[in-house]
Design a protein around this ligand. Structure first.
Ligand SMILES: [Zn+2]
Length: 165
């Protein structure tokens, strides 16, 4: 058994680095093959839970954020995978961790893409990967360059967003 990996940088929110670690592990598991997205996510969650430092509720919440972000980007990625000559082009076009997850789960992409058509909501206080968030209230855009906790809209202070890459 290994101890918890405290590789968070100073000032970085624990759940933000937890998101990245869980997404990284999920990507690795998918790259090893023989797992669906749900199986890989579950295993990554179990492993990180055993390492300690977070409650089961936090682990579930972070896993749901990752699942939501994968779904959100699935329609774009599905298109990219169909057209891709090489995986690198997919990675270049999307946030890299999610791209790795999506490349590893190509079979499920059509299903994911259908679900992504229902527009997913992103709310203030949740953690999400890099991308652009558009306020549903006023249309203002926020650009996130890395995984982070979603702030309120800088313009109208509302808390519900759509996301695009
Ligand atoms: Zn707004």
């Amino acid at each position: 058994m290994t101890g918890p990996d405290k590789n968070g940088k100073t000032g970085e929110e624990p759940e933000v680095s937890y998101y990245d670690r869980m997404a990284e592990r999920t990507a690795e598991l998918l790259e090893e093959g023989r797992k669906t997205l749900d199986e890989a996510l579950q295993k990554a969650k179990d492993e990180l839970s055993r390492a300690g430092g977070f409650t089961a509720e936090q682990a579930d919440r972070v896993a749901e954020w990752i699942r939501r972000d994968v779904r959100q980007s699935a329609d774009k990625a599905a298109h990219a995978v169909r057209q891709a000559v090489e995986p690198q082009r997919v990675v270049a076009g999307a946030q890299s961790l999610l791209a790795r997850i999506l490349t590893g789960t190509a079979d499920a992409l059509n299903d994911l893409a259908q679900k992504a058509e229902q527009s997913l909501e992103f709310k203030t206080g949740e953690v999400t990967s890099a991308g652009s968030l558009t306020c549903k209230e006023c249309g203002a855009e926020m650009h996130m360059t890395r995984t982070a906790r979603i702030p309120p809209c800088s313009k109208c202070h509302k808390t519900v967003f759509r996301k695009s890459y």
